[in-house]
Design a protein around this ligand. Structure first.
Ligand SMILES: [Fe+2]
Length: 131
């Protein structure tokens, strides 16, 4: 009995520390999924805009291929959002419009823009897979 009381503060501190670590890890996972989903959504909309402008040109099939990859990435994060019970970014409506406009409006710089976005998101996704 005496020993149990003696160790109680230590056990309580350990539980608090563990809870804090779980909370920190949970927050990190939420942030990663939310940010990466926003990135994939943006990439999807960018390619949609590019296809609207270049879809019937000779590079249309290449853009379509890259867009299909982005659709798969976006689908994965849309699968992870309910799985991890993460709130998507409040910027989803903005990304839907801005991504499309960006894709259609910056056709000349399109590949560097989307490739950079995709590199960033892929790197974050690979980090997420470690959890
Ligand atoms: Fe992607």
């Amino acid at each position: 009995m005496f020993q149990s009381r003696m160790y109680r503060p230590i056990i309580q501190q350990s539980i608090r520390s563990y809870s804090s670590q779980v909370s920190t890890k949970r927050a990190a996972i939420e942030r990663i999924i939310r940010v990466d989903h926003a990135g994939e959504l943006g990439a999807d909309r960018i390619y949609a805009g590019q296809m609207a402008v270049l879809g019937k040109t000779s590079i249309g099939p290449v853009i379509q291929h890259m867009w299909d990859q982005e659709k798969a990435h976006k689908a994965k994060f849309e699968e992870l959002i309910p799985q991890y019970r993460v709130r998507p970014t409040v910027l989803v409506p903005f990304w839907n419009v801005a991504g499309y406009v960006l894709g259609a409006g910056t056709v000349g710089e399109q590949l560097s823009c989307t490739a950079s976005t995709d590199y960033y998101v892929t790197t974050r996704y690979n980090l997420l897979r470690r959890y």
